[in-house]
Every structure is written in C-alpha cells, then in structure tokens.
Design a protein around this ligand. Sequence first.
Ligand code: NAP
Length: 296
Amino acid sequence: MAVIIDGKKVAAQVKAELKEKIEFLKIKYNKVPGLVTILVGNNPASLSYVNSKVKACREIGINSVFEKFDAAITQDELLSIIKKYNNDENFHGILVQLPLPEHLKEDVVIESINPLKDVDGFHPYNVGNLVIGKDTLYPCTPYGILELLFRYSINPSGKHVVVVGRSNIVGKPIANMLLQKKDGANAVVTICHSAAKDLTIYTKQADILIAAIGKPLFIKEDMVKEGAVVIDVGINRIEDNTTEKGYRIVGDVDFENVVNKASFITPVPGGVGLMTVAMLLKNTITAFEKIESLKN
Ligand code: NAP
C-alpha cells in the first residue's frame, strides 16, 4: 500500500515555520505583511475559500483584510479598488477570488494588480518569470505540490512526470515548474488534455502522475504504473446520501482503486487542497520581503 501524503500535517508545518518568520520580520521591519482578499458576489464556494484564507492569515500574524462587493460592481470600480491597494504600503498581497461575474474581465483585473503583490501568481509578468525559470510569485496550488514532493523527499529530477490537465492555474504552471533545471524540479514532463486519444498510454508511463482534470474518480488503477507517485489535485462533489449534506468530496483519482498500486498518493480531502492556502501565506511573506527590501 502507498504512503499517504499528509497535506494537513505538511500545511501545518509550513504555517508554523511562516509564523516564526513573521515574528522575525516584525522585528526587522517594524511591520507585518498585509493581504487583502477581494470577493465579488455571493458564490458560496468562493466565500468558503476566502474565509479559510482570511482565517489562516490571522493564525500566523498576517494582517488580513477581506473586501466583499456586490456582484453588480463595475469593472472600473473594481479596478480603482485594486489601484488603491497597489498604492497602499500596508498591503503586500492582493488576491481577487476567481471566478468573477461574467461582466468583469478576469484578464484585465489580474493585469491591474501590481505584479509584486500578485500573490496568486496569475499576472502574466509572474507567469513569464515562472516559464523562464526566474524566482517569482508562483501559483499556490502547483507551489503546494512541489512543497509536498520536497517534504516527502520525492525528487522529481530525471523522473517522467505526466500532468493530466492544461489549465492556467494548475496544469500549465506545475508542468513548467517541474521542467526547470533547478533543485526540486528537473523532470521530464508530458502534458495531456482532453484531445489525447488514449490517455492511458501516457499516464502508464508516469513515475509521477499529476491529475488536474476536474472529473471525479477518473484515474483508475489500470492507468497507473506500479510504484508511481500519484498527486490528485481534483476537488469534486459527488452525490452521497449516506452523508448529512447529501454529497462528499472526491478527487480526480479513484483513491481506493489506486492506493495499492502507487508508492505515494495524496488523498482528497487532506492532500493538495490544504497546501494551496499555506502557499498563499508563503507568497504573501515573499512579496513583503521583496517590496520592503526594494525600499532600502
Ligand atoms: P480546468 O480548467 O477545467 O481544466 C481541466 C483540464 O483537464 C483541461 O485541460 C482539460 O482538457 C483536461 N481534461 C478534461 N477531461 C479530460 C480527459 N477526459 N482526458 C484528458 N484531459 C482531460 O480545471 P482546473 O482549474 O485545472 O482544476 C482541475 C481540478 O483541480 C478541479 O477538480 C478543481 O476543482 C481542482 N482544483 C483544486 C485546487 C486545490 O487547491 N487543490 C486548485 C485548483 C483546482 P482541455 O484543456 O482539452 O479542455
């Protein structure tokens, strides 16, 4: 049976280390990092994500402000709020929770954030830096995957990583991060997507298989090589009348089916998802240090 990668434990370790770092930074700069989280509308999933981010910030000593706006806010109004925080020296991170209502242009909104404060790592400036291998603000979910691999001493160097999914927030960035000629990366990377004619041909070759598909329990045992490391990014709701809520959360990997074939596997929940918030905190501190150091 595979080693089950404990995202809860690693996220708690990362947060404890960051809390200590903030104590040190407080003494060095006489101030603490600040993060503003902006939510537009009333999407319950988004609200729950934002609440967990705000709570995590407060736990480790980041000054966290939550700005919630009506879904009818105009693009110009939203841009002027971002501009205000771009110019506010007390805030080092700006996070606009996605998705936005349809009348707001996500790309324009993301590009309006000062790249130095782009703690989601979605601004084209940071994406470009990621691709060319410069240190930057990395998208939080892929960054969390690298951290999990590192903490479990899984060295991707020379390994064949197969990423299923090519979204801008998970598939493309994790593939590019693992491709870099750097410690903790240096993998041979294949990216798959829905046009793959026979996905199993690719997934079966993976030493490290990363599933970011958005389809519940999609990856089965016959798609996985014996002894592979399996990282499940998926967060999917499926109907389950045995639970109080009538549903449960599962990943893109059929965990029970795959757990005996893999060498390491992330569970859902309790795997990658918990790392995303931890890495947002890390990015906020990285942004703080960069911005404050540029002042001297
Ligand atoms: P997305 O934007 O919908 O992208 C899904 C990708 O999977 C697409 O590239 C799609 O291919 C590919 N795909 C779909 N069906 C496929 C198939 N049959 N064979 C091969 N590829 C297929 O999703 P996402 O935003 O990357 O998210 C993926 C999953 O991760 C979701 O469950 C999401 O909820 C979860 N997620 C979790 C976290 C976290 O914190 N843990 C963060 C973000 C997302 P095409 O490009 O060809 O359409």
